[in-house]
Design a protein. Structure first.
Length: 423
RNA sequence: GCGGGUGUGGUGUAGGGGUUAACACGUCUGGUUGUGGCCCAGAAGAUCGUGGGUUCAAAUCCCACCACUCGCCCCA
């Protein structure tokens, strides 16, 4: 087609998709509230500097190439948020949440923007469900966040879910490990692809994440980060695993799980499901402390983000159907003129009474047959026929569309009648 | 930013140089006096992604671009 199209990587969410969105958002909200999380909304636009200092320290690619930035006359550029974490951390500090009852447990929904190449389950604008526990170091808080994600997918009907778990250590223990890993990888440098050679030079941890063929063999004897944790990180990880075991949760300690945003420390995790193209991860999360980066005191936090479009894609592939949207059970047919006026009045009377109602529109005359066809396509339960003769007698002809005899109902009784019929 | 695939009415497809671009589904109207689903009749709707080029002639051949799509990078 010609004319203006959607911008690259943007999606229209059509009416047929909304049952899925309702299902996901309602389930997530209910679970989050059961777990003691409160909803927060934060701006879609923030000063670019926030992301530069928050996310930028971890992933310069994000900030330099993947953010949508709007130049402002005063020089304080704004950017569409590429993730939630920097924004909630800012909101935490700005609203003095450090003086609320600790920890602060928040969840949020909303669009996220990243200027990357679209592919299956990945868009330039996508919506995330995020949950964060802020101001708490206890590994039990890691568990709550992880279980919120897992149970969300379970309740939605996903099968074959698995936790992928790792610890990325902390400032104290990670550098020594990275040195060991680099030394190991340099032995095989000539076997690495261009991309991995560059990673080895810039950020060796990311080589672990490589999808290049032959990496399994190459990394077979690579050192594992979990074997090189400091006491603090090792204790945290150990307790986390104990708790997962106590909850009978299956998980894979995946030494190659390295999150792209490496502001994470200690816990990192994903939940994997099969069949979403190359995007197996339904969510990604972990422990972080972004607050010092943006000028605050330490706020140890743990959270995750989950892409709603990706969740829905998986539901569709698994053949999981959401409850159908509730459509009006009644359509009013008329013959124009005074009957149109009466039909319009009746429609609003029914709607005020809480009965969903369609009215047949017609700028001129319109055959009963045409209106009945419309009623059939709209799958209503009753057609209320309102013509001259009905108006004269003060009645309405009620035609049941799913079988049964057409009946005459007194106009004053129509609401009661429909309610009793279950509308 | 890099690579592969694809681009014909709303949707799914057919047509592979020659006057009115076909089919199915969908949409709308009608099938006598005010009544659905089946059936019948009819209508609307595409300058064949865009722009160049070759040719007497291009939806059909060539080039470029764009979009969509799958994957890489990165990530939910």
């Amino acid at each position: 087609m010609s004319g203006i199209q959607r911008a690259t990587g943007m999606q229209d969410t059509l009416p047929d998709d909304w049952p899925y969105w309702d299902l996901v958002m309602n389930t997530a909200t209910r679970l989050a509230r059961d777990y003691g999380f409160d909803r927060i909304d934060i701006p879609i636009l923030e000063y670019t500097e926030l992301f530069e200092r928050g996310v930028g320290t971890a992933s310069d690619v994000f900030v330099q190439k993947e953010m949508y930035t709007i130049a402002e006359p005063n020089g304080k550029d704004l950017s569409l948020r590429p993730e939630f974490t920097a924004g909630v951390t800012r909101a935490f500090l700005e609203n003095g949440m450090g003086s609320w009852s600790q920890p602060v447990k928040l969840f949020m929904f909303g669009p996220i923007f990243r200027r990357e190449r679209p592919q299956a389950g990945r868009y330039r604008q996508h919506s995330q469900f995020n949950a964060e526990i802020m101001g708490e170091m206890d590994p039990a808080s890691d568990i709550e966040v992880m279980m919120l994600a897992m149970n969300l997918y379970r309740e939605l009907g996903y099968r074959g879910l698995a936790f992928q778990l790792n610890s990325t250590g902390c400032r104290a223990c990670r550098p020594a490990y990275v040195a060991k890993l680099s030394a190991y990888l340099r032995q095989f440098e000539d076997q690495l692809g261009d991309v991995d050679k560059e990673r080895l030079a810039k950020n060796p941890l990311r080589v672990l994440d490589s999808k290049a063929p032959g990496m399994d063999e190459l990394l077979a004897d690579a050192p594992h980060l979990v074997d090189h944790l400091c006491d603090d990180c090792a204790d945290h990880f150990g307790e986390l695993r104990q708790l997962l075991d106590a909850l009978d949760q299956r998980y894979t300690v995946n030494f190659r799980l390295v999150r792209g945003l490496d502001y994470y420390e200690k816990t990192v995790f994903e939940v994997w499901a099969e069949g979403i193209g190359a995007q197996a991860a339904l969510c990604g999360g972990g422990r972080y402390d972004l607050s010092p980066e943006i000028g605050g005191h330490s706020v140890p936090s743990v959270g995750f983000g989950s892409g709603v479009e990706r969740i829905i894609l998986g539901l569709k592939e698994a053949g999981i159907e959401p409850p159908a949207a509730v459509e009006p059970p009644v359509l009013i047919a008329h013959f124009g003129g005074v009957t149109k006026v009466a039909a319009t009045q009746l429609a609003f009377r029914l709607r005020h009474a809480g009965i969903g109602t369609w009215v047949a529109f017609a700028s001129g005359r319109r055959s009963m047959k045409s209106q009945m066809r419309e009623a059939d396509k709209r799958a209503v339960r009753y057609v209320l026929v309102l013509g001259e003769s009905e108006i004269e007698k003060g009645v309405i002809a009620v035609r049941p569309m799913q079988g049964g005899e057409q009946t005459i109902v007194d106009s004053t009784q129509i609401v009661t009648w429909l309610k009793e019929a279950g509308c």
